[in-house]
Unconditional design. Structure first.
Length: 206
């Protein structure tokens, strides 16, 4: 596992092949989140934050977690997993691994995209993924995230976008992209492929 604060000037080829994953709407669904909130009697955002921080594993769906786990077993015995998720602002990589283990996950979270990049004035997930990919410079890469991104982001051709949780068809797509060489644009990674972000090399864990 990498340190929770990563110098953005360093390359990290040890994270190749690179597997970047979201959690919400990948390892759960909106309906499941709403159901958990109803069962817990949550009435406002402050109630949600308090309950979520104490019981994060309840917001995971074990069948989806185990589906991803079995998929990763078939791809690589030791996949380099990096999270891109609102969860990463609350939990470090070690704790995220422990939370996922409660739902049947047997792999390790190596680090978080937010450790590579922080945009001044707030986070921007597309830039976080972009900087992670540029620092790793992978030969193979999969991004599993329900959020849409602009076409000029180099990684979008290696993104799988579940709309409502990880399904068997997404597992097939993961296998296909994992075995496909990462399509690097001319000049990548030295030439810019979008707006230049502010980078905080001293970003620590939360």
């Amino acid at each position: 596992m990498l340190e929770e604060s990563i110098p953005y000037t360093e390359r990290h080829p040890e994270l190749d092949p690179l597997f970047i994953m979201d959690i919400d709407n990948v390892l759960n669904t909106d309906d499941h989140i709403e159901q958990m909130n109803d069962q817990a009697g949550i009435e406002n955002y402050e109630d949600f934050k308090d309950y979520f921080h104490k019981n994060p594993a309840e917001y995971l769906q074990p069948e989806r977690v185990q589906r991803l786990d079995e998929c990763l077993d078939e791809l690589d015995p030791d996949p380099r997993i990096v999270t891109v998720s609102s969860w990463q602002t609350s939990f470090g990589a070690d704790f995220l691994t422990q939370v996922l283990e409660k739902a049947g996950f047997t792999h390790e979270i190596w680090t978080r995209t937010m450790n590579f990049h922080l945009k001044k004035g707030g986070r921007e997930r597309g830039q976080e993924i972009r900087y992670t990919v540029k620092n790793v410079d992978p030969d193979h890469c999969v991004v599993l995230d329900d959020r849409p991104y602009n076409e000029w982001f180099n990684f979008v051709h290696h993104q799988i976008q579940p709309e409502d949780g990880l399904e068997p068809e997404h597992v097939e797509q993961i296998h296909e992209l994992w075995n496909r060489p990462f399509e690097k644009k001319p000049g990548y990674p030295d030439e810019d492929d979008g707006p230049t972000p502010h980078v905080n090399p001293e970003l620590g864990s939360s």
